[in-house]
Design a protein around this ligand. Structure first.
Ligand code: C2E
Ligand code: CA
Ligand code: CA
Length: 693
């Protein structure tokens, strides 16, 4: 945030708004100043960026936006000469030759252009340049945000020309870095909705009033100087003034009302307005009478970068127009919520109808703008409204979950929200909220699962597996949080934490017992991060360990589209000296070709390979082939998920080196694992009874 107060603490209405949310929800935030010039790296450095200039291409690409928490009003300064000539704001716009506006404010320039019948819009990179041009008459109207308007008045020094509020509104969302924090967006949307707009407005008012005294004082000075004139004028024209005042207030209020109610870009209802209308409809609705549909364009930002921002804007406008046409006069409300995301509230209808609206009304219009060659697909998420008392924005965030489920299909999808999604969504929000504190409080604990050497029958290795023990509540398995962490990027921190836990374990115990090579898991996201290798090397030296004491289990899943980068990173891990193991081989993406492409030391055969149903079937041949190939490539083979004697025997016969699975031992806490190591336990493959403790 750019503004700081005298003590250098970030301040201003936007910062206060975020603080308000943070206070309401007990979130600790650290603020740091951020300047527009530094924006190229902002997405790497900050979780949240607060700026009014959010919707430029960089921001589109690297940030996800919450819904707007503040709508900033704009004001026009009309040059005294022009105003004298026209005596009307509307006519001033008609007559103006040049109208200046700051280029980084995301307003609907075209709508503005249309209003200026005989002139042009001039875009300025900064406020002072624009003010200079306004002063020397190059532009006859200058447009600012209302708060900047005060600055402008002081700068120009012309107080007899009062800026007028105009029908342009800039929505201000919080921006969440796609790299680190995008998952918080739905949570913040709900939080924003729970604060009344009046509270945000009050913040704005309080902050803005800081600027006001200087002007009030100068006005009073003027009044004192000419008091007798004023008295006469006031007495004479009190009736006229009252009349004008009432008339103007009405007009001004109507303008403000319109700005609040409509989305300036598309002329659809604003989201605030949508919510109000939806609330009214839902009060009288029956359960399952209405549905909410949330949709957006897949990879919308690529339209912006492939064509231009303006094309992107045009696409949004034609979609809006198509929706207006379709839903005109029907009991439905439609709005553009933010960016390229639209929301529809309508009576529950056939799924085919929505598909028809898409293919007959929306798609053809988009094609008119971008041509036939560019392939555009959209994602629709749909939820039937069962609980009509639920907050509309909460219902929308469920529809959003369904919408997001269809992403990555490369075709248009229509997905219904299911109870399973609801469970996952709640879990996701819960996990996301708690993860950072949990890591700081050391709630994540390493469990160890031994790997049995098929030749010596001793513990020949072990895998560290994370368990989450919250201060309150039950232990949580990785299945309930790893995926969430992979999506929001937090997995890097967890992986490095686990790496360090393993370092500590080895360092503390290797003088007292024979500690085998211990493996730890690195998600693809962690592997792809350039900083990972340095972090691990630093940790190793902190505990006086070498790269040969820890093995890294990496998976190729979840990196679709970055396969080559992944291979490069694995190469770098190898060059740094690490032992690399390919996890989950055989589950999904891996193939024999991949095996030779990737430079790894170990391959872990996924448990799916020894599915009992399939024993003796085709998968046997595949496993045999993989083992043979791995042997040729000089790789060690670990079979994981071994649950029966039959499997163990068979895998041993095939030539696997190590076995890991419930048949031998489950993942266990550190103390138990130490006992196993101290006893130098022998795991007899035949004799089941002595295997588990
Ligand atoms: P994984 O790396 O494939 O780990 C093996 C999983 O199989 C473990 O589940 C383990 O408890 C389970 N397992 C072991 N033997 C058997 C068996 O005989 N039968 C069956 N059915 N399952 C067996 P867990 O601990 O729940 O971990 C699940 C996944 O979570 C792991 O799969 C791994 O992908 C991920 N994970 C765990 N810890 C970490 C971590 O620190 N970082 C990262 N990035 N991922 C982790
Ligand atoms: Ca693993
Ligand atoms: Ca595995």
């Amino acid at each position: 945030m750019t503004y700081t107060n005298d003590e250098g603490v970030p301040s201003g209405a936007l910062v206060r708004s975020l603080m308000l949310l943070a206070e309401n929800y007990n979130i600790d935030l650290e603020f740091e100043s951020y300047r527009l010039e530094d924006q190229e790296s902002a997405h790497e450095k900050f979780d949240i960026v607060i700026t009014m200039y959010g919707e430029n291409e960089y921001m589109f690409e690297h940030f996800s936006q919450t819904e707007s928490f503040l709508d900033v009003d704009m004001a026009a300064h009309i040059s005294p000469e022009l105003y004298k000539e026209t005596q009307s704001i509307v006519d001033s716009f008609h007559k103006a030759k040049k109208v200046g506006i700051l280029e980084y404010l995301f307003v609907n320039y075209e709508a503005l252009d249309e209003r200026i019948e005989n002139g042009d819009v001039v875009l300025y990179p900064n406020i002072d340049v624009m003010l200079d041009d306004y002063k020397n008459g190059t532009i006859d109207i200058a447009i600012f945000t209302e708060s900047a308007s005060v600055y402008a008045m002081n700068y120009v020094g012309d107080n007899n020309q009062t800026p007028t509020r105009i029908e342009l509104v800039i929505p201000v969302p919080f921006l969440f870095s796609n790299e680190i924090a995008a998952d918080y967006v739905p949570i913040f949307n709900v939080m924003i909705d729970n604060v009344s707009p009046i509270e945000f407005d009050n913040l704005l008012l309080n902050e803005s009033s800081l600027f006001l005294p200087s002007i009030e004082v100068s006005l009073i000075d003027e009044l004192v100087k000419y008091w007798y004139v004023i008295v006469i004028i006031v007495l004479l024209s009190i009736g006229v003034l009252a009349y004008i005042y009432i008339k103007q207030e009405r007009k001004k209020n109507a303008q403000i009302q319109k700005a609040y109610n409509t989305d300036a870009l598309t002329d659809l209802p604003s989201f605030a307005n949508f919510r109000e209308m939806a609330d009214k409809i839902l009060i009288e609705a029956q359960p399952n009478e209405y549905e909410i549909i949330s949709f957006d364009i897949d990879l919308f930002k690529s339209i912006n970068s492939y064509y231009s921002m303006r094309t992107g804007t045009d696409v949004l406008i034609v979609i809006a127009n198509a929706l207006k046409e379709v839903f005109e006069g029907s009991p439905a409300v439609v709005c553009r919520r933010m960016g390229d995301q639209f929301v529809i509230l309508r009576k529950i209808g056939e799924r085919g109808e929505i598909k028809g609206i898409y293919s007959r009304y929306i798609l053809p219009e988009i094609r008119k703008v971008i041509g036939k060659n560019y392939n555009v697909s959209m994602s629709f998420g749909i939820i039937a409204i069962e609980d009509t008392k639920q907050k509309v924005s909460e219902i929308i965030s469920y529809a959003d979950e369904a919408r997001i489920c269809g992403k990555g299909e490369h075709s248009t999808t229509f997905i219904d929200f299911t109870p399973k999604m609801l469970k996952e969504y709640k879990n996701k929000i819960n996990v996301t909220f708690r993860m950072e504190k949990a890591l700081a409080d050391r709630e994540f604990v390493a469990f160890y699962q031994p790997k049995i050497d098929f030749k010596t029958h001793e513990v020949g290795g072990a895998e560290a597996l994370v368990r989450w023990f919250p201060k309150t509540g039950e232990m949580i398995y990785p299945g309930d949080f790893i995926e969430v962490f992979e999506k929001n990027g937090f997995i890097k921190h967890l992986d490095m934490y686990m790496f360090e836990e393993v370092c500590k374990f080895i360092k503390q115990n290797k003088k007292d017992m024979k500690v085998p090579i211990i493996s730890t898991n690195l998600s693809a996201i962690t592997v792809l991060d350039d900083k990972t290798i340095d972090t691990m090397l630093t940790l190793l030296s902190k505990y006086y360990l070498t790269t040969k004491e820890i093995e890294l289990e990496v998976t190729e899943s979840a990196i679709i589209g970055a396969e080559d980068q992944f291979l490069d990173q694995v190469k770098r891990l190898k060059i740094a000296g690490f032992i690399v193991s390919i996890d989950d081989f055989g589950a999904g993406v891996s193939s024999l070709n991949r095996l030779s492409a990737i430079e790894a030391d170990v391959i872990k055969l996924d448990k799916a390979f020894f599915d009992l149903k399939d024993q003796g079937g085709r998968s046997n041949i595949v496993v045999e082939d993989v083992v043979t190939m791995a042997k040729h490539l000089d790789m060690k083979i670990v079979a994981e998920g071994v649950e029966t004697y039959a499997q163990a025997l068979w895998l041993q016969g095939l030539g696997c080196d190590l076995a890991q699975g419930y048949y031998f031992a489950r993942p266990m806490e550190e103390e138990k694992f130490k006992e196993v190591l101290i006893k130098d336990k022998i795991f007899d493959i035949k004799n089941v009874s002595n295997l588990m403790d």
